[in-house]
Design a protein around this ligand. Sequence first.
Ligand code: PEP
Length: 246
Amino acid sequence: MRALLFAANWKMNVGPAEARRYLATFLTAYPPQPNRQVWFFPPAVSVEAVATAIGNRTDLRAGVQDVYWEPKGAFTGATSSPLAAEAGAKAALIGHSERRHVFGETDEQTGKKLKAVVAAGLHPILCVGETLTQRDAGETLTVVRRQLHAALGDRVEVLVTVAYEPVWAIGTGRNATPRDAAEVHRAIRAWLKERQAKETRVLYGGSVNVKNAVELLAEQELDGVLVGGASLDPQVWIELVRTAVT
Ligand code: PEP
């Protein structure tokens, strides 16, 4: 059975009290499944609540949605990797398209964040993906390779998960076809192999829901999914994690 990772990105939703209620529902209805990991990326203020609720369940993890690259200091409003780790985070999203396109994060900053995350012992999920204009111009693979190189360099010595998230598919209700996704996933794997990367999972993200998850995950190139909207309701999320085929 192929191992799958289901990552829930709650974005700027679900405070600590709601997170505790969500996890109580989730833990009751979802016992560990073989070869299935479920990771939660709540807002930073709810990481501790999620990590505490997860307790010793090794199939579940809490993570942060973003970090600043410095470990500590006068950086008002920012969260560092060591602080996130202290709150119970074991993973971090890096270079999510909303960080890149809403907050203006550059490739160089994404690279610095990835290094900081690894230094603090968190597992990075590096998000890459093209805009609609770039896709229409036939630049998808050029953009994705540029983002990979900026974050990972010429030789990939760190353990990382890559999430391919076409910007035009995030929160829009439009998702890539399994074939479109698989083609980019293959290019990502080839890029990683050329740079001696260790075993790397490649996830797909962009308007994944209960209906399309089965079809997407039937594509063997996908090692899992990164999901925003459809992860906000615990019942919907449980259904999505359960129904997807292996
Ligand atoms: C995301 O936030 O990474 C995402 C893919 O969002 P959505 O599932 O809502 O498109």
